[in-house]
Design a protein. Structure first.
Length: 207
């Protein structure tokens, strides 16, 4: 930690690793709504916020808990598949509220190519909302659809059944064979797209 008479103590949220105030300043200057993506131990939360003189106003939001409650999702709540689906749900609501462009806000995380954060960005693009992210950062379809997880589950099932049951215990408790994750993803995706159609928002999924 710095010392001396000129040392300034960082603001509390910066000390706690919650807010990068320089980045936030840039976001505010851009005038664009922020696409905020945050992860907990089990879930992902996606919000679209507009900065005002009185503070941020949340225009649209979605939480991966909603995947379980509204769309019978039975896989993980914070993996790449869940990130995309939660992102799409938030994007449909944002589109309904008239949002056409967002500035991606990943907090203090470093951008990593193919990370699940960028699956959320792809979902927004698929909903027709412009997001400032390079195409090379977006994860491939095999990760978003859960194909990689399904292939690993198949391999583990054939080689070590006990480890398979242990690693995928949450999936199995919810009645989902992890080897069927891509099919389950497509079923859930279809439900969310139909949800959007009820809002009057249509989606074109790009691969």
């Amino acid at each position: 930690m710095g010392e001396g008479p000129s040392y300034k103590v960082p603001l509390k949220r910066r000390r706690e690793g919650k807010t990068n105030y320089y980045k936030r300043y840039i976001y505010v200057l851009s005038g664009k709504p922020r696409l905020i993506i945050r992860y907990s131990n089990k879930y992902v939360q996606v919000q679209v916020a507009k900065a005002t003189i009185l503070g941020d106003i949340i225009v649209a939001a979605a939480h991966s808990r909603e995947l379980y409650k509204l769309f019978d999702w039975r896989a993980g709540g914070k993996n790449t598949s869940a990130s995309y689906l939660t992102g799409l749900l938030a994007a449909l609501r944002a589109k309904y509220m008239g949002i056409e462009i967002c500035a991606l806000d990943i907090g203090l995380k470093s951008p990593v190519k193919g990370s699940k954060i960028f699956a959320v960005a792809k979902a927004f693009r698929d909903a027709g909302i412009e997001v400032n992210v390079d195409e090379e950062f977006i994860p491939g379809e095999e990760r978003i659809s859960g194909k990689i997880i399904a292939e690993y589950a198949e391999k583990l099932y054939n080689e070590d059944t006990e480890k398979y049951k242990r690693l995928f215990s949450d999936y199995l408790k919810r009645g989902l064979d992890p080897r069927e994750l891509p099919r389950h993803f497509e079923e859930t995706l279809d439900k969310i797209i139909k949800y959007g159609e009820k809002l009057g928002v249509k989606v074109k999924i790009s691969e």
